[in-house]
Write a protein that binds this ligand. Structure first.
Ligand code: PMP
Length: 339
């Protein structure tokens, strides 16, 4: 018999449905669904740029951040080019590279789950067109600090675009976080990707954006599908920007729950490295397979990477308690079987 899924913790989604004000804005837009959205999403781009305190020519909006990434690849990749990224990472990168006709070049993560910046730099050659960094990293949640990022950017040749995927940046805390907008002037080959799917909880609506130099942004915009950003999504993003305080408090709750999950998992005997996204990462030699089985049994859907680890999205308190109970059971069972 199939066990029902009670908690969806496999896709790093927000545990919260849209705020009432965001729903109302969406409903008003639904009532106008017989009208086209803007041919190019200029109004939305201006709003996002103002909110990021950037000029609009530094912002490209797309169908999720994954859509902006594809536009970038389509804009810069030529036949026989390669795209270099740390692997494991977000599953879309090899697919997007292939869609744009590039050869993917995966570089193994360091044993601690961080991106091996030295190995990534070594992998760059005259075929490389794009190098992807994910910060915080998916799936391990590791962080590239401000100092590490600056050193990395200084060593990447200018003809290679650095795609800095910051889908989870709102969940990262600490003094050593990069200030990406401040790096754009010195690095015109840098494009940072951000999204309304994660911290802002609008994953179904597919709005992301890239920030970079006006020249790169212009090239990315040329790949934008006309009428490509739908009006309901636009209304939801605009309302979310107005509700930023409330949404930030939700993010703070997720961050507090992430830290609680980690602390409690560590006290149960799991080895969990500090994570900076809306997820926690369990890797071997911890009993990951037994963990997945116990979670499935408890109705928790997590993301299992067989032979590598287990990524658990931080859910609401109830979901996280269910996770803790299931994973405590695995530890208790193992210590009992050792005695
Ligand atoms: N980047 C990373 C690192 C992700 O994990 C994800 C989604 N899981 C995305 C991008 C895609 O986000 P979006 O919904 O904005 O396309």
């Amino acid at each position: 018999m199939d066990i029902p899924v009670l908690h969806r913790l496999a896709l790093n989604e927000s545990p919260y449905p849209p705020l009432p004000s965001v729903r109302e804005a969406m409903e008003r837009a639904v009532a106008q669904a017989h009208r086209y959205p803007q041919f190019h999403p200029d109004d939305l781009t201006e709003r996002i740029a103002a909110w990021c305190r950037l000029s609009p020519d530094r912002v490209a909006v797309g169908s999720g951040s994954v859509g902006v990434a594809l536009q970038l690849f389509q804009a810069v990749v030529r036949p026989a080019d390669t795209v270099v990224y740390a692997w494991r990472t977000f599953d879309a990168y090899p697919l997007l590279a292939a869609m744009a006709g590039a050869r993917p070049v995966p570089v193994p993560l360091s044993p601690d789950g961080s991106q091996d910046l030295g190995a990534l730099l070594t992998a760059l050659d005259h075929h490389t067109r794009v190098v992807v960094l994910c910060n915080p990293h998916n799936p391990t949640g590791s962080l590239v600090t401000a100092e590490e990022l600056s050193a990395f950017l200084r060593q990447v040749p200018r003809h290679i675009t650095v795609l800095l995927d910051e889908a989870y940046v709102e969940f990262a805390r600490g003094a050593d976080l990069p200030d990406t907008p401040a790096l754009l002037d010195a690095h015109p080959n840098l494009l940072a990707l951000r999204t309304f799917s994660k911290a802002y909880g609008l994953a179904a609506l597919r709005v992301g954006y890239g920030i970079g130099s006006p020249d790169l942004v212009e090239r990315i915009r040329r790949q934008q599908l006309p009428f490509g950003i739908n009006a309901v999504a636009t209304a939801a993003v605009r309302a979310s920007l107005r509700a930023e305080g409330e949404l930030r408090r939700r993010v703070d709750t997720v961050v507090a729950e992430r830290e609680r999950l980690r602390d409690e998992l560590v006290s149960l005997g799991w080895r969990v490295c500090p994570g900076h996204a809306n997820s926690v990462w369990l890797a071997s030699p911890d009993p990951v397979d037994a963990g997945v089985a116990a979670l499935t049994e408890a109705g928790v859907q997590a993301r299992h990477y067989p032979g590598e680890g287990l990524r658990l999205t931080v859910g609401d308190r109830n979901a996280n308690d269910t996770v803790l109970t299931a994973l405590a059971g695995v530890r208790a069972h193992r210590s009992a079987s050792r005695t």
